[in-house]
Structures are given as structure tokens and as C-alpha cells.
Design a protein around this ligand. Structure first.
Ligand code: NAD
Length: 489
């Protein structure tokens, strides 16, 4: 492992994400030696008046399950410094800059700085602007990198505005936009499976693929996130970011190399060929849903903090087309929703049947040949199943399904870092492959905005699906019209 010297400056250090995900991830990187244990410090800021001691207690509490001993956790926590700070007050940044320089000297960090904004998105631009204006960036040859949380805007216009604000302080190659789906093992495995296997990449096109299905299903409702969720909806919360990222990896051409610039430029090219619908195209190709009541489960409009007349969608299904040589005429069906039958993320690649079924033609077999399907299970287990047709043992020539299955072993599972750990590590290394670039984000917003505009004007017939189902009927009809069906019912 290369141990990198780093000073972190974390905005939102008292928040939920910091405690649940960021501290454990940074701890693991420290423990594994990816962060230089001698040359590391973190300044955490938040609105609360915490002392360093209080901050250390929180850190120890949040990492103790992964620590060998309390001493190890305390040793780690001793690198943490707290500053009560109002991010909208410019003067505070002078103190922050001074503190950063002091800690840089103390730990001999040599100017490597990672700024992590884990706060409500309306603060992203303000923090970035003040960091630069008040000399919080180092200027002695170390790196300055900005990691920001989602959501990145709520439509193209606000995203562009945010991007311009960040751009005044940081170059595009210094900005690391988190999309934690890109930190998932199976999502990264798509590139390995495609570009490491001529067997797969050779048939990864419209000659052999009938359709592709991407499902991000959640079993829970809005829980305590209703306040945020009702103003966003499933299109913004799951489709514009995670689903679009997965689509771009599935559809991209082979990159010149595995370097971040090369991978990202192919992802952008793929997204640029994604068809942006007219309003009628939206009505034809996209379905929205909102869950109703089921037994004790309240319908969405009666959840806490949701207005009774809310038209926010808790479900989206759609057909996405890529107008290029490789993908012309291949529908990519996507869907996501809350209160569905189960919690899982999976990708089904459905292949065409042989043009001629010689088995049936020769009268030797009874059943139909099935479509070959390659299923990539992203969550909750990493698994790959290739669904083939084979011969049933015995006399004659009867066909039966033959599944090739790979399930992640316990050892592989143990070796799999949490998405946040992996992504923070990538940022420390300066590798932006698994972060969303502005061009990707912008393109995805342009796609989502036309859908949003139609939905903001057309009155929906909500509620239209039952908790515990796989969504509204219209989502099945969307595929049926093309002679297709969801592989996962
Ligand atoms: P949170 O509300 O728990 O924490 C917000 C933090 O911001 C606190 O530390 C608070 O002190 C600080 N803060 C608020 N106003 C401030 C001000 N004026 N000056 C200084 N500090 C201020 O939020 P969270 O759940 O930790 O989420 C943080 C970010 O991460 C958000 O962008 C969110 O969308 C994103 N995110 C969160 C989760 C999650 O599971 N919590 C998951 C994905 C993304």
C-alpha cells in the first residue's frame, strides 16, 4: 500500500453521514496503511459547539467495531480536530486556513488537502467559494481535492450553477462528485467482465442483445427522509444519478486505457447518444408511480411530513434508447421504487434466441428455447448468473435451462471495501474513474429534465401500486408493448 499524507477538512462533521460512513471508512484506510498514520489530520466542522474531547468520543464510538482495541481507536481519534463553524460566515475561513497550516506543519503533511463537503447541497457552492477566497487551499505543491456529496443540483440549470460556483475555486480535475453506486463491487465488475472477456464483449451489441433491464428496488418507504424526498422524487433521487451512471458503464465503448480520463470520456460519449424524449415520448416511454395503502402501511400521502396532495413519484420505470451503431433498437428498461417486494439492485442482459430453433424444427423437443440471460446482482449479494439452454440428461434431445452461477465467497466479501472507503481512497490517489464528471451529470440532468417537465404538468393517477408489489401495471405494459417482460417479476 502507498501511504498518502493527507489533511482532511470535513464540513458537516457532526452529521449522520460522517458518523455512519465517513469515519469508519477513513479509519479503515488509516488501518490498512493507505493513509500515512504519521502524517494525517482531520479538521471537522459543524454548527455544534463541540470540544476536541467530545469529537474524539464520537470518532471512537463510530470506529470501535472495526478497531482491534480501544487504544487503536483512540490513537486514530487523536488526529481529529474540531472547529465550530458557520459555513456562511466568511471570517471563519480565516481561522480554518490558519488551523490547517498549523496542522500541516505539526504532521508534516506537505500540502495535501482533501476538502469533503457532507452538508445540505445549498451550502456546496458557498463552502467552495470561501475555501479559495480565504486561502484554505495549500500552495506548496501538495494536492487540493474537493469531494462533494449528492445531490448535484435538482435540474440542469441548478446543477450548472453549482458547477460554475465550484469551478471558481477548483478545476474539474480537482472535483470528486460522489455517486456511491460507482463504489460498488459489482458495478466496477461490469468493466472487468466486459473488457476482460471477448466472450462477453463480442456479443455486447444489438446483434445479440434483445434488451437490458436495470432495477434498483427498495423495500422501505420514505422513513425519516420524507422532508427531503418529497421535494425530490425517485427520478431525481435514483434515476438521474445512480441509474444513469450504470447505464453509461453498460453502454460505453472500450476506453483507450483504464485511466480515469479515458473511461470517463467513453461514458460521456455513451450518454451523448442517449435519446432525449419529446414530451409525447416521455408519456409513451416513462411510467411513474406512488405507493398506496397496504394493511397497516400508510399510503405515501399519509406518511409523516408528506403533504396529502403530494404528486411526488416513489416509483419510476422507463425505456431508454441509445442511438448509436452498437445499441440501435435495443431498449434499456430501467426501474426504481420504494415499498417494492424486496431490496435489491440487479442488471439483466437479455439475449436474443437463435434465429432458427433447429430443435423444435426437427420435432425433437417439446419446450421452447429460453432467452439467454446474464444477470449481474449488485445488491445485496454480488452474484453473476448466466442462464443458458442445455440438454436434459437421458435419451432424446430435450432442452432444459442450464445456469452458470458465481457467488461471491466469504473471503471475497471480507476483501470488499464499503463504497465510501473505496471512493475516499480513490480520491486520495487522485483517481477519478469512479466519480461522476460534470459532463456526465449535466447530460443526465438534460435527460431527466424533460421527464420532470412533463410530470410537473400532467396530473398523475396516484396512488397506483401496492406496497410489496413490483410497481404499477403500466410498468409491465411498457415492456409488453415491445414483446418483452421483466425478468425479475
Ligand atoms: P446532517 O443533517 O446529519 O448533517 C449536516 C451537517 O451540516 C451537520 O454537521 C451540521 O452541523 C452541518 N451544518 C448545517 N448547517 C451548517 C452551517 N450553517 N454551518 C456549518 N455547519 C452546518 O446531514 P447528513 O445526513 O450527514 O448528509 C450530509 C450530506 O450527505 C448531504 O448532502 C446528503 O444529501 C448527503 N448524503 C447523506 C446520506 C445519509 O445516509 N445520511 C447518504 C447519501 C448522501
Amino acid at each position: 500500500a502507498t501511504a498518502t499524507r493527507a489533511l482532511f477538512m470535513l464540513f458537516g462533521a457532526t452529521g449522520d453521514l460522517a458518523k455512519r460512513k465517513l469515519y469508519p471508512s477513513i479509519f479503515n484506510l488509516y488501518k490498512k496503511g493507505y493513509i500515512d498514520q504519521e502524517h494525517f489530520a482531520l479538521i471537522g466542522t459543524g454548527r455544534r459547539e463541540w470540544s476536541d474531547d467530545k469529537f474524539h468520543e464520537v470518532i471512537v464510538e463510530s470506529v470501535k467495531d472495526n478497531a482491534e482495541s480501544e487504544d487503536e481507536a483512540k490513537g486514530f481519534a487523536s488526529h481529529f480536530y474540531y472547529m465550530s463553524h458557520d459555513v456562511t460566515n466568511p471570517e471563519h475561513y480565516d481561522a480554518l486556513s490558519e488551523y490547517a497550516n498549523k496542522l500541516d506543519d505539526k504532521y508534516d503533511i506537505q500540502g495535501n488537502r482533501i476538502f469533503y463537503i457532507s452538508m445540505a447541497p445549498n451550502f456546496f457552492g458557498t463552502v467552495a467559494k470561501n475555501l479559495k477566497a480565504h486561502n484554505c487551499l495549500s500552495d506548496n505543491g501538495g494536492f487540493n481535492r474537493l469531494i462533494i456529496e449528492k445531490p448535484f443540483g435538482r435540474d440542469y440549470e441548478s446543477a450548472e450553477e453549482l458547477n460554475n460556483a465550484l469551478g471558481k475555486s477548483f478545476n474539474e480535475n480537482q472535483v470528486y462528485r460522489i455517486d456511491h453506486y460507482l463504489g460498488k463491487e459489482m458495478v466496477q465488475n461490469i468493466l472487468a467482465l466486459r473488457f476482460g472477456n471477448p466472450l462477453i464483449e463480442g456479443i455486447w451489441n444489438n446483434k445479440y442483445i434483445k434488451n437490458v433491464q436495470v432495477t434498483l428496488a427498495e423495500k422501505l418507504g420514505v422513513e425519516e427522509r420524507a422532508g427531503y424526498y418529497d421535494g425530490a422524487g425517485a427520478l431525481r433521487d435514483m434515476i438521474q444519478n445512480h441509474t444513469m451512471q450504470m447505464l453509461s458503464i453498460l453502454t460505453m465503448e472500450d476506453p483507450v486505457s483504464f485511466k480515469d480520463v479515458d473511461v470517463r470520456s467513453e461514458k460521456i460519449r455513451a450518454l451523448r447518444s442517449m435519446r432525449i424524449y419529446s414530451p409525447d415520448g416521455v408519456r409513451e416511454n416513462f411510467v411513474r408511480g406512488q405507493y398506496g395503502k397496504n394493511g397497516d402501511q400508510a399510503d405515501y400521502r399519509h406518511e409523516d411530513n408528506v403533504p396529502e396532495n403530494s404528486n411526488t413519484e416513489t416509483y419510476v420505470a422507463g425505456k431508454v434508447m441509445f442511438d448509436n451503431q452498437r445499441w440501435a433498437n435495443v431498449p434499456f428498461y430501467i426501474r426504481t421504487g420504494k415499498m417494492l417486494a424486496d431490496k435489491f439492485t440487479r442488471i439483466d442482459i437479455v439475449f436474443k434466441k437463435p434465429l432458427i430453433d433447429i430443435f423444435a424444427a426437427s420435432g425433437k423437443q417439446e419446450g421452447d428455447l429460453q432467452n439467454n440471460v446474464l444477470t449481474l446482482f449488485v445488491d445485496p449479494v454480488n452474484k453473476v448468473i448466466l442462464h443458458l439452454n442445455g440438454k436434459k440428461a437421458g435419451q432424446g434431445m430435450e432442452m432444459q435451462p442450464l445456469d452458470l452461477t458465481h457467488v461471491q465467497s466469504d473471503a471475497e466479501k471480507a476483501a470488499t471495501p464499503e463504497p465510501y472507503e473505496r471512493l475516499i481512497h480513490d480520491a486520495i490517489l487522485g483517481d477519478a474513474t469512479n466519480f461522476a464528471s460534470w459532463d456526465e451529470v449535466g447530460r443526465a440532468w438534460k435527460f431527466a429534465d424533460v421527464i420532470r417537465n412533463v410530470w410537473d404538468h400532467d396530473q398523475p393517477a396516484f396512488p397506483n401500486y401496492t406496497p410489496g408489489s413490483m410497481g404499477p401495471k403500466a410498468a409491465d405494459e411498457l415492456l409488453a408493448r415491445d414483446g418483452n417482460e421483466w425478468i425479475k417479476k
